[in-house]
Write a protein that binds this ligand. Structure first.
Ligand code: NAD
Length: 351
């Protein structure tokens, strides 16, 4: 976290009432987050749902007992009944919504990516600092128990100096989206951005300095000509010497798969598993294990953890544990990876 972000957090939520939260964007992940806030986060209540599609806002608000459903973001930003917002609208709307919410004095949880340009990342960070609000970014993997335990082991010096790291995301297949409706560079800006943050999280204190990326359309080769990319490998070198790889695919037929690994001078930690339970069936044809088909199932506890941490930060007047600066660092790697694909060369990151 930056010092400016840490210095001036205040709270609009007195301890006497729950933190009153409005959702901005009632789509797939917004519905997940709204339900968690309404049902599972202590000290929080869902008071409003905003979505330009009125039916989406109304349906979710009704299902979760939120008193306000609106198609107008301003309705929640001007309301005295709202302390904080969850921004789960499409990626390219995030920065303007962060800036508007901060200007209105609302604490902000924003899904990744917080911004798709570094200038916008700086704009969001500055707006939050100026307003003294909590700004948390949705890098949920940090809250997954295995990844959190891996970081604790690294902090306890059990791994020694990190030398090789890896992080991967494979979305569940078969891939059914229309590639023409997926914004260009999504694999870096919205998928691998999780892995870039994970690599930084698992290599604490180190700065990414050099990025090289290779990407292709192996899932939908027919869409490659239109710029579609669904498979990528990125190497990231850090200033402590560690060499990392991040990889992603949009279509793993066996389910949603998220894993990480840190190999160091003193040992190794691994985290993540695609298994939906720890049950293994042993039968005449061998072993069978069930895999998760959705991120919201595989990482449910991580989503609960990040939203609980957000509410705790507001209630205790402390900075968010995943900051705008963290979002900026992950974005800087994503943008370098895009440039590397464009040029075919490694890209150095500015100090
Ligand atoms: N952290 C994670 O694990 C995770 C998982 C999925 C998605 N995401 C991120 O969450 C964001 C949303 O993804 P999604 O899959 O839920 O998308 P989605 O398309 O299902 O939902 C987006 C919703 O936002 C609404 N919307 C559009 N413009 C809006 C605006 N200006 N204000 C308010 N609402 C608006 C849409 O009508 C829609 O209901 C993306 O940035 C995505 O990368 C994060």
């Amino acid at each position: 976290m930056s010092l400016t972000e840490a210095a001036t957090v205040h709270s609009t939520a007195p301890a006497s009432h729950p933190v009153r939260i409005a959702l901005i964007g009632a789509g797939r992940i917004g519905s997940n987050h709204a339900e968690i806030v309404a049902r599972l986060v202590p000290g929080a209540s869902l008071v409003a749902v905003s979505d330009p599609v009125g039916e989406s806002a109304q349906r979710l608000a009704t299902a979760l007992g939120a008193p306000l459903a609106t198609t107008t973001v301003d309705d929640v930003l001007t309301s005295d009944e709202v302390d904080a917002v969850l921004i789960t609208a499409p990626a390219r709307s995030h920065t303007d919504l962060v800036v508007a919410a901060a200007a209105a004095g609302k604490h902000v949880f924003v899904e990744k990516p917080m911004a798709v340009t570094l200038a916008d990342a700086d704009r969001a960070i500055a707006a939050a600092a100026d307003a003294g609000i909590v700004l948390q970014v949705g890098f949920n993997r940090r809250f997954a128990p295995g990844f959190a335990a891996a970081r604790a082991a690294i902090d306890a010096q059990k791994v020694g100096t990190p030398q090789l790291l890896r992080s991967l995301t494979r979305d569940p297949g078969p891939y059914t989206a229309d590639p023409a409706r997926v914004p260009q560079w999504t694999i870096f800006l919205e998928t691998l951005i999780h892995d870039f943050d994970t690599l930084c999280f698992l290599n604490p204190g180190a700065r990414p300095v050099r990025v090289h990326a290779v990407a292709d359309a192996l899932v939908r080769p027919d869409a490659k000509g239109a710029g579609h990319l669904d498979t990528a490998v990125v190497t990231v070198q850090f200033d402590n010497g560690a060499i990392a790889t991040a990889e992603a695919s949009f279509s793993a037929l066996y389910g949603y798969d998220v894993r990480g690994e840190v190999f160091g001078s003193g040992g190794m930690v691994t985290a993540g598993s695609g298994l939906s339970t720890d049950m293994t069936y042993y039968g005449p044809d061998g072993l069978h294990a069930d895999t998760a088909r959705r991120d919201t199932d595989l990482l449910h506890s991580a989503y609960v953890g990040e939203l609980t941490a957000f509410v705790d930060a507001i209630r205790t007047h402390t900075p968010a544990v995943v900051t705008g600066q963290d979002a900026r660092t992950a974005l800087s790697i994503a943008l370098a990876a895009i440039r590397s694909v464009e040029t075919g060369s490694a890209v150095d990151l500015d100090g």
